[in-house]
Design a protein around this ligand. Structure first.
Ligand code: C2E
Ligand code: SIN
Ligand code: SIN
Ligand code: FE
Length: 391
């Protein structure tokens, strides 16, 4: 049985796990956190988490203290086991636990009888020189009792550093935590699915609004991704930068209200046509106004202000510098960078070098210098997006 000190430590861990599980909505971070907490809780040297995806298990998080894997900041070339798949069958311990829903508590993985229904794969040990000994594998059951994944813990270590079997008292607690984790996982997966459906809907709406423009879908993907990259490097929080990613595709919905004869005109616009064209900002803002949704409110601000210029010579309001909302200043650069590097009905695509000269020349004029510098910092990522979503 546990003594008072152990019990206190245990309650401390459980409380932290509970709070973390309910507050973390980012899936990968959540999985790492589950492994960290359960590993520390059971004094395990290593821990992994597998998620069921169809008829396979995905190796979704992995930590090994002795090998220094998956704990703390990782070198860029660190071997990653994340996203490896294994089939769900009796060939692996995790597969067995997933299939049967049973807990496995093994004193030594190398001493499994040959006639047992499950077997330990020594592949990882052979590759790394690690010696797996005691193991605890528990199913992650959600409220419907469906096994969503498996938590695998390796080498419970006593205070003097020797490997010991996993405590029986611990076992049932880990089963409880795993179920709690399964419910959080359900929620995080649902949140992710909703976000993806949401983003897809936004893209489709935006494409519908601009369907007369060719290549709009790719333009929206590129420029929303550019906007997110700039936002991050500008120092925005991950959440705020994500909001920019979701809100920016709607920046030109106002083009819905522009006649084809102007929007699709092959050559330069006349002064009057240009004036009409410029109303796409306020038309867009009108379409997006009056919503309780933060996303739509940011979309509205972006639609209204993405053609403002830092020096005050933009439209529709002629706002200057910090009077232009930061999201508008960010999207202004992402939008122009994409317009210049792409072919339009009225212009050819320009070479990257020429584009860089053009926009650098506009630092502090059209573009917020801080935003330009953030673009500069994230330039490698910008190029990755540019190449990924090329016409
Ligand atoms: P867009 O094609 O998506 O262009 C977005 C912004 O990129 C433009 O905003 C402008 O700031 C920049 N940009 C695009 N091409 C060039 C270029 O060749 N040189 C420079 N220096 N900047 C460029 P802008 O000018 O307010 O235009 C807004 C929208 O109006 C454009 O969106 C496009 O749909 C339309 N538009 C602008 N000029 C023309 C034109 O001459 N002919 C036609 N048919 N449409 C135009
Ligand atoms: C153009 O005038 O052809 C492109 C738009 C701009 O330079 O403002
Ligand atoms: C940042 O703060 O990370 C970038 C902004 C800048 O370089 O001005
Ligand atoms: Fe625009």
């Amino acid at each position: 049985m546990m003594n008072v000190e152990q019990l206190q430590e245990c309650i401390g861990h459980l409380t932290r796990i509970g709070v973390a599980l309910t507050s973390e909505h980012d899936l990968d971070k959540l999985l790492d956190l589950i492994v960290t907490e359960v590993r520390e809780f059971t004094h395990a040297d290593a821990g992994s988490l597998y998620i069921r995806e169809g008829d396979r298990l995905r190796f979704a998080a992995s930590q090994n203290k002795t090998l220094g894997m998956g704990i703390g900041p990782q070198p860029a070339d660190a071997p990653s086991f994340r996203n490896l798949y294994i089939p769900i069958n009796m060939q692996s311990l995790a597969g067995y636990v997933c299939e049967t829903g049973q807990v496995l508590n093994l004193v030594d993985a190398y001493q499994i009888p040959a006639d047992s229904p499950y077997q330990f794969n020594r592949g990882f040990d052979q590759k790394t020189g690690y010696r797996t000994q005691s193991m605890l594998l528990v199913p992650m059951r959600n409220q419907q009792q469906k096994v969503l994944g498996v938590i695998q813990l390796i080498n419970s270590t006593s205070k003097d550093g020797t490997v010991v079997p996993f405590d029986k008292d611990m076992e049932s607690l880990v089963v409880c935590i795993a179920s709690q984790a399964a419910v959080s996982l359900d929620n995080a997966q649902l949140t992710k699915a909703i976000k993806e459906a949401h983003l897809d809907t936004i893209y489709r709406l935006a494409i519908a609004a601009e369907y007369r423009d060719e290549d709009t879908a790719l333009h929206l993907k590129r420029m929303s991704n550019y906007s997110q990259i700039i936002a991050r490097h500008y120092g925005m929080s991950e959440e705020r930068a994500e909001l920019v990613l979701y809100a920016s595709p709607m920046h030109d919905v106002g083009k819905l209200g522009i006649p084809d004869a102007i929007l699709l005109k092959p050559g330069r616009l006349t002064a009057i046509e240009r004036e009409i064209m410029q109303t796409h900002t306020s038309i867009g803002a009108k379409i997006l106004s009056g919503s309780q949704s933060e996303l739509l409110e940011v979309s509205r601000i972006i639609a209204l202000t993405h053609h403002e210029k830092f020096d005050g010579t933009g439209y529709p309001l002629g706002l200057e510098a910090e009077d232009i909302p930061i999201e508008g200043r960010i999207v202004a650069l992402a939008d122009v960078f994409d317009a210049l590097t792409s072919r339009r009905c009225y212009k050819p695509a320009y070479e990257l070098e020429k584009v860089m000269t053009m926009i650098r020349g506009d630092r502090g004029k059209h573009f917020d210098p801080g935003v330009f510098d953030a673009f500069d910092k994230g330039f490698q990522e910008i190029l990755d997006v540019y190449n990924k979503y090329r016409e």
